[in-house]
Design a protein around this ligand. Structure first.
Ligand code: GSH
Length: 260
């Protein structure tokens, strides 16, 4: 039997489809992407912000078709998107990939890491906060099946967002320039409407600073041009909202663990 997660719309749509169309030519860097995936969007935003040449290839990570799986697992033992093939060698993990783009393409400006070592470390501390606190609460709220669980997750999410917002110098995390701290959180900010529509989330409840910051991120061109049509994404989120999703992330949250 086919996993329902395989029925995901096969390709990017809307503004994201235009971006895909502009990145079909072979390049040193092949971006194996799942259009719907927020981890994936981090790398996509970084590529677009910095104007790095890349070839876009769509993958549905839930499809276990052998010809796909063979290639994908060979590239990424975890079998996840995003995966990057750079000069024929594979790399994965969204945060590592964004850092790799900084190292491998130093002449592509703007850099998404500040030059000051203290500020670079501060960016990394708050990326860690996004990973360990903000995203976990986000996903728990999405998948919460009763009021008590939803209330607890929502309150943890507001708390994580408020703490993050207090660190934002404005307009972005380190100030005028966009940095990896913004890139790491942006895909989930751009999906907050799912929580608003289905889980009683209210951006303003995370504070005025978070609300203004979130609106700024959603309007950023690199975020807009890597975003597909909402109805295609909704099909995927419906399965999380009903707690039917079978992704590794869904299984982890369901068993009280951190997402992979
Ligand atoms: N920690 C990974 C990263 O940061 O890149 C997470 C990537 C991830 O979970 N990707 C999902 C995936 O490929 C799609 S959003 N899932 C396949 C599966 O669960 O089988």
């Amino acid at each position: 039997a086919r996993l329902p997660d395989e029925k995901i719309h096969p390709v990017a749509t809307g503004r994201a489809a235009e971006t895909v169309a502009q990145h079909q030519d072979p390049q040193d860097l092949v971006f194996w992407s799942g259009w719907f995936c927020p981890f994936n969007q981090r790398v996509w935003i970084a590529l677009e912000e910095r104007g790095i040449p890349y070839q876009y290839k769509e993958v549905n990570p839930y499809k276990k078709e052998p010809q796909f799986l063979g290639k994908r697992v060979a590239l990424n033992p975890k079998g996840l998107v995003p995966t990057v093939e750079y000069q024929g060698k594979a790399l994965y993990e969204s945060i590592v990939l964004c850092e790799f783009l900084e190292d491998a393409y130093p002449t592509y400006k703007p850099s998404l890491l500040p030059s000051d070592p203290y500020e670079r470390a501060r960016v990394r501390i708050w990326i860690d906060h996004v990973t360990k606190n903000l995203l976990q609460a986000w996903q728990r709220l999405l998948m919460a099946q009763d009021k008590a669980k939803a209330d607890a997750a929502r309150s943890d999410l507001y708390d994580a967002q408020r703490k993050f917002a207090a660190q934002v110098k404005g307009p972005y995390f380190v100030g005028e320039a966009l940095s990896l701290a913004d890139v790491m959180v942006a895909p989930w900010v751009a999906r907050e409407y799912v929580l608003e529509q289905h889980r009683g989330y209210d951006r303003a409840a995370a504070g005025g600073e978070w609300k203004a910051y979130a609106e700024r991120l959603c309007a950023r061109e690199s975020v807009v041009k890597t975003t597909s049509e909402a109805d295609k994404l909704q099909v995927i989120y419906d399965r999380y909202l009903l707690d039917e999703a079978q992704s590794e992330a869904a299984k982890a949250i369901r068993s009280g663990q951190l997402m992979p």
